[in-house]
Design a protein around this ligand. Structure first.
Ligand code: ANZ
Ligand code: ZN
Length: 855
């Protein structure tokens, strides 16, 4: 008799086997293999590495289980799979623990790493642990420093004084990307503006390529691309030069503005400088308005950029007493200083066109400045006398614009800019919202910046043979507005690598996003201490075939990694320009209506569930909760249901083994020898193979893949082959005809093989009980097209009663299946985004109607 299902015993048994046999350790291709170019195809499956802050949570379990299913699936396809794991181990969490308890962040971090490591092993994730890395260890950050120096030598890392986002609670600067609606991404404190000398990476030099190269990506979620596109924020327009009229002793000046609407130049009725604009002081020096203007400037500088540029904010400004000349018509227009103009966008100065720009309109109304219509505007924007009572930003023909009257907006942009260009008063221009990446942090637990300052020789990188610059041990981690490293006298004072005189180290450490911008390269040769990576092996494994992680990294990590890869490509250090071919962003797990998180007190502990139900049940449940990309609600009963399902599979398979019907042997019977029931089971088996394959490979819909295996399980247990000669009754499958018995064995074996990526331990055990070995190395089942017949029908798809699309589904599809298919139609996205679905109606065989209300 086969034993009962004992997850704990089975799972630890197989985890030991994988460890002992080094099952998931994968070698880089040998020189011979690379030369011959005929080794197995590579597959690099990667999940975003965790930040070790305590122990793994359900989000990790979901992320790593999804990656594991893909990695195991690709192995079944015969690929050479690399599926590594490491830790994003520098950062504020460990440092804050250190401040509280005095424990060295390295100790806390290594303990947290050990915990996650144990949890991932206990989940049976098929990881090549020989490649493990942690960004806080010197053998890793040596190369982070080396990369910094490569960037530095290319002029892509530089230091400048700049207004920065300062978090008063974290006591450090933040990158723009780390400021969310004016608040610190980490602690939610209101961010202040401060002027400091900081290190930057010149990511702006790559703005255009970061946009262009979206084309190279094989499969990225559209919304991630859109978020990056918006963040880069490319605007096409013109630069226009305005003269400022001299008065008294005060000289004239030329000031350039950036505008996306040169076609509205005739409507520019005033001119605005950002408070930080270097000309402001000159313009008012010695004038009656000096005191008022400079006090406005001081107030504005203390306000954050996000607050200043909010459209709802009441517009404020001051008149400088000076006038600019509109180059197109010679009109004298007053020059103001106003805080809604930002210094770090465009040129820090604008031509204000109140007739057609909302903020300029609000400003003009407040300060009683003229509003001129220069784009013909619809009646609803106009008052009784035909004057504009609301700005109009839509299309129209140019009016009140001299020789340009009657042109369309597009023609106007072109012709006015050409006109300006011909007179040396402007030119076509492109502008980006993207700013350089501010990477220095005034904190301890990070990668030291490998730069020294010598009084005689100046600023220079640490010579490569002196890397790594080790992070020194200190005792006082508390932030004091400057790096704690500045107080480490022994460390900070060094000798100049050039002249041998006294020099000082840079006291700042790097943003942890620097560490994570290249870790996917280090996995290729994590133990090499002579190079950051083995170039040939990197080109064999990369780009990453499938990257999986949270959408919260859409901009920061994913854009920084793309930037790094492009720089490395330009430096000749890698042979590809995009790091991640396919990206999948997983949905979040909610519990009791909120995102599962420690701070909300609604976490469910994975360890407890593994202890109670086993890793296979937890893995399968987390994948069964919903499509990979969807947010899902945790449900305690759900895992019990899955556990019952696995128990059922266990019984079916072990019963068949006990009855001597497994393993299946010999070829499948000829079609002619199949009775109806056997044929139906064979059709089902093949359909489920196809379904699971497509769901796993193309859709990340592990939930429907699992549902299909459940259907197959039902068919198997309901199977009644035609009774054979020795039948004792109608339920006696054992006695079915030989053909039926063979088909049944096929179905049961296929079920085990299809379930392996989800419940790898149980399936390994069942496989062994059948007398076979190493299910993880079995080829993936292939459906037989002869048994894949399914009729399809086409339905009209309506939204609020209007036909918007058509959908093709199997004739016997359930309503749920039909609705799911509808929601996946690419053309439907725009009708379903930002609306509430009120009702969904499926009229069988005819149509689907979705009733929505906009929110
Ligand atoms: C004249 C104009 C007329 C404008 C009009 C808009 C509409 P995007 O599209 O985001 O690139 N602008 C330029 N520099 C600015 C700064 N430093 N601070 C605040 N606003 C600035 O926006 C470009 C437009 O934003 C520019 O085009 C300029 O206003 C304003 F009917 O110029 B426009
Ligand atoms: Zn020197």
């Amino acid at each position: 008799m086969a034993p009962t299902y004992d997850p704990e015993q089975i799972e630890t048994k197989w985890q030991d086997v994988w460890e002992r046999e080094r099952t998931f350790v994968v070698e880089n291709p040998t020189a011979d293999e690379l030369a011959a170019g005929n080794g197995p195809e590579s597959a690099y499956v990667l999940e975003m590495f965790p930040y070790p802050s305590g122990s793994a949570h359900m989000g990790h379990v979901k992320n790593y289980t999804m990656g594991d299913v893909i990695a195991r699936y690709k192995r079944h396809q015969g690929k050479r799979v690399m599926h590594p794991m490491g830790y994003d181990a520098f950062g504020l969490n460990s440092e804050n623990v250190a401040i509280k308890t005095g424990e060295h962040p390295a100790e806390f971090t290594e303990r947290a790493i050990a915990t996650i490591d144990r949890q991932l092993r206990r989940l049976g994730v098929a990881i090549d642990w020989s490649r493990e890395l942690a960004t806080c260890r010197p053998d890793y950050y040596k190369w982070t420093q080396w990369l910094f120096i490569q960037f530095y030598n290319k002029g892509l890392a530089y230091k400048k004084e700049a207004p920065v986002n300062w978090c008063p609670s974290c006591q450090t600067v933040l990158a723009n990307e780390q400021v969310i609606l004016g608040r610190c991404e980490r602690c939610d404190s209101e961010v202040e503006a401060k002027k400091l000398r900081q290190w930057f990476f010149r990511i702006t030099a790559y703005a255009e390529r970061l946009l262009d190269d979206f084309d190279m990506l094989e499969s990225w979620p559209e919304r991630v691309i859109t978020m990056q596109r918006n963040w880069i924020g490319k605007s096409i327009g013109a630069e226009v030069v305005f003269g400022i009229v001299p008065v008294g002793d005060s000289a004239g000046h030329e000031v350039t503005v950036f505008t996306t609407r040169p076609d509205t130049l005739f409507g520019a009725t005033f001119f605005i400088l950002a408070p930080e604009h270097p000309l402001v002081e000159d313009l008012v020096r010695g004038s009656a308005r000096q005191a008022e203007v400079m006090s406005y400037v001081a107030r504005a500088m203390a306000t954050s950029a996000i607050e200043r540029s909010a459209t709802e904010k009441e517009k404020t400004g001051v008149f400088t007493g000076r006038y600019a000349v509109n180059p197109v018509n010679g009109a004298l227009i007053p020059v103001y200083v106003a805080d809604y103009v930002l210094m770090d966008y465009g040129t820090g100065a604008i031509m204000a066109v109140p007739g057609h720009d909302e903020r300029d309109y609000a400003f003009a109304r407040k300060y009683d400045l003229p509003v001129v219509e220069v784009i013909s505007s619809p009646p609803e924007n106009k008052g009784e006398g035909g004057e504009l009572v609301a700005p109009y930003s839509g299309d129209g023909l140019l009016v009140n614009s001299g020789e340009f009257d009657g042109l369309t907006k597009v023609e106007g942009v072109q012709r006015v800019t050409e006109w300006l260009k011909a007179r040396g008063n402007g030119d076509f221009a492109v502008n980006y919202k993207l700013r350089d990446w501010l990477l220095s942090r005034q904190r301890y637990w990070g990668c030291p910046i490998p730069i020294v300052y010598c009084d005689s020789c100046g600023e220079m990188p640490v010579p490569e043979d002196q890397l790594p610059v080790l992070l020194p041990d200190i005792t006082d981690y508390a932030p004091k507005g400057k790096s704690p490293l500045a107080a480490a006298e022994q460390w900070i004072n060094t000798t100049c690598p050039t002249c041998g005189g006294p020099a000082r180290r840079d006291p700042d450490t790097m943003d942890t996003f620097v560490d994570s911008s290249w870790y996917y390269l280090r996995y290729v040769s994590p133990r090499r201490d002579d190079v950051a990576w083995d170039r040939e092996a990197v080109d064999y494994w990369l780009p990453v075939d499938q990257y999986i992680g949270g959408v919260e990294h859409a901009i920061l990590h994913l854009m920084y990694s793309r930037f790094f890869t492009k720089v490395l490509f330009d430096l000749g250090l890698v042979g590809f320009e995009e790091p991640f071919n396919r990206l999948f962003t997983q949905g979040m797990i909610y519990f009791k209506g909120a995102k599962m998180s420690k701070s909300k007190g609604n976490v469910v502990d994975p360890d407890a569930l593994v202890g109670r139900y086993g890793a296979d049940s937890l893995r399968s449940y987390i994948l069964f909760m919903g499509p990979g990309e969807s947010d899902v609600e945790w449900n305690d009963q759900g895992i019990e249901g899955i556990n019952r399902f696995l128990n059922r599979v266990w019984r079916i398979v072990t019963d068949a083994i006990d009855a001597g019907r497994l393993p299946a042997s010999g070829p499948l019977p000829d079609d002619a020898d199949l009775d109806a029931a056997a044929r139906a089971l064979l059709v089902k088996t093949n359909q489920v193979i196809e379904k699971v394959t497509v769901d796993v490979e193309q859709r990340f819909h592990f939930n429907t893949a699992l549902a299909a295996t459940m259907e197959l399980t039902n068919e198997i247990s309901g199977f009644r082959g035609a009774p054979g000669p020795a039948a004792s009754g109608p339920d006696d499958v054992a006695a079915a005809t030989p053909a039926g018995t063979r088909v049944l064995a096929e179905a049961v074996e296929t079920l085990v093989r299809l379930l392996e990526p989800f419940a790898p331990h149980m399936c390994a055990e069942l496989w062994q009980l059948m007398g076979r070995e190493r299910i993880w190395d079995e080829p993936w089942p292939q459906p037989d097209p002869c048994y894949l017949t399914h009729d399809t029908i086409e339905l009209a798809v309506q939204v609020n009663g209007k036909v918007r699309d058509r959908v093709v589904v199997p004739a016997d599809a359930t309503d749920d299946h039909v609705l799911a298919a509808v929601k996946e139609l690419p053309g439907m996205q725009r009708y379903l985004e930002g609306v509430t679905v009120v009702k969904e109606i499926v009229v069988p065989g005819r149509l689907v109607n979705i009733v929505v209300r906009s929110v």
